[in-house]
Design a protein around this ligand. Structure first.
Ligand code: F6R
Length: 593
């Protein structure tokens, strides 16, 4: 949450470099944005110039800012202090010569604020962040700037990442504990960002900061230190594998639509390349005594699907858990247990927290994660990249189906029949292409027009279609703001059915599996109460008011099924006039608890 981008180097259009970086990072938070510029010339007496606004960046420019080669900026997902121009980052000290941008929550900021106010510091905002810059100002009166940042940071409680600049220096000082930061090595210029995708137009050589690492970024050097001891650390340079075009929208109006359309290609790639890895993870699962899949939101639904896939295909029980709840339910973990964490970003704090607690019991940690170098990627004992490419739409799409594709391969590999897993994924690729054809999309847009004024939408499924229903409902509610709920169809009669009125849209997932008959009964029960039934199935049925055909591709039918739901959520959002890439109140990486 919150996007951070800093530049120091040879380009005088630093404000534009930073603004472009912020646009790439905006999916991390879009409550407000801001840029701080150190103007060229004027020796040590220059003051920082700041432009900051509440709201999304949109068409904003930084043409009105002075030229500069020493700049940083921020996009905010608000925690402390409402969404306003004043609370937008960067924040400055009393002298206007030190500025800070921040991602995280300073848990002890109130105590710090009282002490600083007593010694005469004046605060312009309601944020926790501003307190940190005044504390640094206080320390910088007596010790070197870098040491002042280090000392102030070590007094901050909570999970935080900050970058600080001082007009008397020509270096960005950054430090993290919990929230991500990555430095990028250029030629006569260097960069820092909260997410490597923003660095792609400039460099592919990066170092991902570990917790309690402090980076001093200047034109020609990036030095890394241990933030506690101050000792020098050699950077671990890595080469980014993603390309710039992957983080552009291309011909699509929104990232979400682009990412939905990328799915057949991603599934085919996974089918073609991930078989060997699937054998290895299957062997680890076989050797473990108790396997747990853990993730949050959409990734947690992939965990539920993983549990069904393993039961059905591999006849092996795998537990699934929500990241934020896992810690309360750990007493049974032993060093023989295996915890598999699923995450697109690799930065979700609830998932990381679960993994860290599991590690303390001695359990093995495996990560299925999309972002190279992310915290989860670095902390796991063993890991596998999902291979979905950068996902920028806030609502997860291709990372989810990518996770499902790996899980299908793993379950088949467990039975010693990996080839069958690959074969059904190739079939799923073709089925997914069919639901992305223009004629099919037209059918979905017609349905979206029909449903756009609905107050509620319900989705039902059994077995593998239960997590499908949960995910379909999540996609619909988080971007279209129509209330939607997914249910295990059997639960209808235990209370849920009371919600259904004449005309209530109900999506029924009816693949060609052992759930068909019982699930159809659920659809009929809904119809009998006036429900408008949208059947997503391999064959039509008279109970359907609207039929969306999806080919039967065995257990992998979950993939085209969910793509239909993603498309419906997307077009409902367009019909209702909202931005599917930046739904209100949300941010892509949830790095707070
Ligand atoms: C929903 C969505 C979220 C994420 C969740 C976990 O569309 O994107 O529910 O799935 O925040 O994120 P990752 O996978 O990055 O750990």
């Amino acid at each position: 949450m919150c996007g951070i981008f800093g530049y120091v180097g040879k380009r005088m259009d630093g404000p534009s470099v930073v603004l472009e970086g912020l646009k790439t990072l905006e999916y991390r938070g879009y409550d407000s944005w801001g840029v701080a510029v150190v103007p060229e010339g004027n020796g040590n007496r220059k003051k920082i110039v700041i432009k900051k606004r509440a709201g999304k960046i949109g068409d904003a420019t930084v043409d009105d800012l002075p030229k500069s080669s020493y700049v940083f900026g921020h996009t905010r997902w608000a925690t402390h202090g409402g969404v306003s121009d004043i609370n937008a980052h960067p924040h400055v000290d009393c002298t206007g010569t030190i500025a800070i941008i921040h991602n995280g929550i300073i848990e002890n900021y109130e105590d710090m604020k009282k002490v600083l106010a007593k010694s005469g510091h004046r605060f312009a905002s309601d944020t926790d962040t501003e307190v940190a810059v005044h504390l640094i100002e206080e320390y910088a009166k007596r010790i070197m700037f870098t040491k002042a940042v280090q000392r102030a940071f070590n007094e901050m409680e909570g999970l935080n990442a900050i970058i600080v600049l001082d007009t008397r220096e020509r270096q960005l000082v950054a430090v993290r504990n919990g929230s991500p930061l990555v430095v990028g090595f250029g030629d006569g210029e260097n960069f820092i960002a909260s997410d490597a995708t923003a660095l792609l137009p400039h460099t592919k050589q990066v170092h991902f900061l570990e917790d309690n690492e402090l980076a001093v970024v200047s034109d020609d050097n990036i030095h890394i230190y241990n933030a506690q001891t101050g000792s020098r650390i050699r950077p671990k340079k890595q080469l980014l594998t993603w390309s710039v075009t992957q983080v552009e929208k291309g011909k699509f109006p929104f990232f979400m639509l682009k990412e939905i359309h990328e799915q057949p290609g991603i599934i085919a790639d996974i089918a073609a390349t991930a078989g060997g890895q699937a054998e290895k993870i299957a062997a680890r699962i076989r050797a473990s005594f108790g396997t747990y899949m853990v993730g949050c939101g959409t990734a947690s639904y992939a965990c539920i699907a993983g549990s069904y896939l393993f039961a059905k295909i591999a006849k092996r029980h795998i537990n699934s858990a929500i990241g934020s709840e896992f810690g309360y339910n750990l007493d049974f973990l032993t060093p023989k247990s295996l915890v598999i964490a699923l995450s697109q970003s690799g930065e979700t704090m609830d998932t990381l927290d679960a993994v860290r607690k599991a590690r303390s019991t001695g359990a093995g940690i495996f990560a299925l994660v999309n972002v190279l170098g992310s915290t989860l990627y670095r902390e796991a004992d063993a890991k596998l990249l999902i291979g979905a490419g950068p996902e920028k739409g806030v609502a997860s799409t291709k990372a989810f189906t990518g996770m499902l594709a790996h899980l299908i391969l793993w379950a088949y590999a467990y039975t010693g029949n990996g080839k069958e897993g690959q074969a059904i994924l190739m079939k799923a690729t073709r089925a997914a292409k069919e639901v992305l054809l223009p004629s099919y999309v037209t059918k979905i847009t017609k349905l979206a027009k029909r449903l756009k004024r609905s107050r509620h939408i319900y989705a039902i499924g059994r077995g593998l279609s239960y997590p499908t229903s949960l995910e379909a409902a999540l996609k619909i509610k988080e971007i279209s703001y129509i209330h939607a709920e997914g249910f295990a169809a059997g639960e209808l009669k235990h209370g849920v059915i009371a919600l259904v009125e004449k005309g209530t849209p109900c999506i029924a997932f009816l693949p060609n599996d052992e759930t068909y008959g019982a699930n159809l009964a659920g659809a009929m029960e809904l119809k009998a109460r006036g429900g408008y039934i949208i059947g997503i199935s391999y064959k039509p049925h008279e109970v359907f008011d609207y039929y969306m055909p999806v080919k039967d591709v065995g257990e992998a039918t979950i993939i085209p099924n969910i793509i239909v739901a993603q498309l419906l959520a997307y077009y409902l959002t367009i019909e209702r006039g909202f931005d599917p890439d930046m739904p209100r109140n949300l941010a892509k990486s949830v790095t707070v608890k």
